[in-house]
Design a protein around this ligand. Structure first.
Ligand code: SF4
Ligand code: SF4
Length: 163
């Protein structure tokens, strides 16, 4: 076997281990970047795509006009809409379900909506214990919208500033 002095030197004096310890030592004193989730959270963009919500206008009327664009554009076939005409002649959904176990959070439903009705919020902490728990109904989505409206409106305004 050929004698390689550099290899012999590195093996004998454990230089690779020393270089590794030097790197460890450098990060030992550096500012820590580990986030203690959920007590600490990383910054979120106004465009964050989390839990869905259906929004209302300020007068309490639901925005959704049952055009079904979101249902048509959804690549995961996660949205199911049924609609009817109300007594005042306007069209509204009678059923609006999103199956979050199918959803890939692509944001296309939000992009396609002509009235800013279906949106994705900043909420990322939710769970279901059985599959059905992740099917969000119209009432659940409207409740999300009512609860988060201030933040949803502010995020839409901030986002428009970049367009
Ligand atoms: S975010 Fe994408 S996958 Fe999820 S419901 Fe909307 S369009 Fe469908
Ligand atoms: S949420 Fe928007 S895109 Fe979907 S049916 Fe209602 S109005 Fe149309």
């Amino acid at each position: 076997m050929q004698f390689r002095p550099r290899q012999w030197f590195n093996t004998f004096f454990l230089t690779e281990m020393l270089r590794g310890m030097q790197l460890t030592g450098r990060y030992f004193f550096a500012r820590k970047i580990t986030v203690q989730y959920p007590e600490e959270q990383t910054p979120q963009s106004p465009r964050f795509r989390g839990l869905h919500a259906l929004r209302r206008y300020a007068n309490g009327e639901e925005r959704c006009i049952a055009c079904k664009l979101c249902e048509a554009v959804c690549p995961a076939l996660a949205i199911t809409i049924e609609s009817d005409v109300r007594s005042d002649g306007t069209r509204r959904t009678t059923r609006y379900d999103i199956d979050l176990s199918k959803c890939i959070f692509c944001g296309l439903c939000e992009e396609s909506c002509p009235v800013d009705s279906i949106v994705e919020s900043r909420v990322l902490s939710y769970h279901g214990e059985i599959r059905g728990d992740l099917i969000y109904t119209k009432d659940m989505l409207l409740a999300n919208g009512d609860r988060l409206e201030a933040e949803l409106a502010a995020d839409r305004d901030a986002d428009r500033a970049y367009r």
